[in-house]
Design a protein around this ligand. Structure first.
Ligand code: NAI
Ligand code: ISE
Length: 336
């Protein structure tokens, strides 16, 4: 069976997902694309054998030949695409963040619960990365004892100067670290604090870097460094410190070369290079689940819980205070 996909948003990651749906994965085909930048949508359609360009997301979602919807527009536009796709009963892959506020995520959850079955997978791809999976398996295997702290480092070489705002360091970037902290520690965040050292002058007025401390409900701590103008490459690091040991996320560089008194390896340029296999795996799982009529992977509840932490972290960054994270009751639809 071939799942016919409509793609909303044909920017950087939209184009990358179109490439993998067209050239890498089996059992899927991009039949429709749309973007508020029509020229960009046309250029993306031209990279596929058959995709048609639609004027807007509503008509794309309603099209009979669109069986599943992949949303890769800007975060603030996600809710407006998700709600009609849910009403149409079509499986949805939505890039992270699910939406940029807790309230918007709650509306999405209520709409999915009203449908009565899971239709949304959120693009938290780190859960599909081999190194993160090995880290989780180590924690769950119990050899290092109960986890006490998770240290996460999230460094981008650069971010688009005209589009990336200070809030996005939390709502667009740190959301990945919030996701893996919850997933690795199997717990929710109770309180969050955000500190800001002297600004990186490369980013101008941007609040960069930031350092967050999340107190998990069960008593563990998670710390996060987000730096988005660090220049040297895309560097993702993580370490669990536990009662009887520690486990560190492996470097993605496959080889270290020693030569002329130096040793060196590659730092990925950006997220596309570092997580290419994880993106392939998450979209392959989404296609397989859509072919069977459902979805798996990170859920709308995960997106909601992460947005709750993200909102609290933005308040914490403004006030310098620790801010509590308030979560509603998790609907039974999201029980594991
Ligand atoms: P981008 O700015 O390159 O592309 C976004 C595209 O969405 C633009 O072409 C824009 O014109 C379009 N767009 C905006 N509003 C729209 C609407 N209402 N309808 C249709 N198109 C609309 O941004 P990028 O980097 O591709 O990010 C897109 C989303 O993917 C964001 O939510 C971002 O957080 C996420 N992302 C996830 C990554 C991951 O590692 N999982 C990596 C990069 C982005
Ligand atoms: C981008 O949207 C992503 O999701 C990347 O994984 C992240 O590292 C980057 O900071 C975000 O802007």
């Amino acid at each position: 069976m071939t799942v016919r996909v409509g793609v909303i948003g044909t920017g950087m990651i939209g184009q990358d997902h179109i490439r993998r749906l067209t050239k890498v994965l089996k059992g899927c085909e991009v039949v429709a694309v749309t973007d508020v930048d029509r020229a960009r949508a046309k250029a993306a359609a031209a990279t596929t054998p058959n995709a048609r360009v639609f004027d807007d997301s509503e008509t794309l979602i309603a099209a009979d030949d669109v069986e599943a919807v992949l949303i890769a527009s800007w975060g603030p536009a996600h809710e407006a695409a998700i709600l009609p796709a849910l009403s149409a009963g079509k499986p949805i892959f939505c890039e992270k963040p699910l939406a940029t506020t807790q309230e918007a995520c709650l509306r999405i959850i209520e709409a999915e619960v009203a449908v009565g079955r899971r239709l949304i997978q959120v693009g938290f791809m780190r859960r599909y990365d081999a190194a993160y999976r090995a880290l989780k398996a180590t924690v769950e295997g119990g050899s290092i004892g109960a986890p006490l702290m998770f240290h996460s480092v999230h460094r981008n070489a650069t971010v688009p100067k005209d589009l990336y705002t200070s809030d996005m360091a939390v709502s667009d970037t740190m959301v990945h670290d919030i996701d893996v902290a919850r997933w690795l520690l199997d717990d929710e965040v109770g309180r969050v604090r955000v500190m800001t050292p002297r600004r990186n002058s490369v980013g101008g007025a941007l609040r960069d870097p930031i350092f967050a401390v999340m107190e998990m409900r069960g008593g563990a701590l998670a710390t996060v460094e987000v730096s988005v103008n660090i220049g040297y490459g895309y560097d993702i690091r993580g370490e669990i410190s536990a009662e009887q040991g520690a486990a560190t996320l492996a470097e993605s560089n496959p080889v270290v070369v020693k030569h002329s008194g130096t040793f060196a390896g590659r730092v990925p340029a950006d997220w596309r290079e570092r997580f290419i296999a994880a993106y392939d795996a998450e979209i392959a799982e989404w296609i397989a689940a859509a072919a069977a009529g459902g979805v798996m992977g990170p859920s709308a509840w995960d997106g909601y819980a992460i947005a709750a932490v993200s909102d609290a972290a933005l308040k914490a960054a403004d006030t310098g205070e620790a801010v509590s994270v308030e979560l509603g009751e998790r609907p039974a639809l999201y029980d594991a």
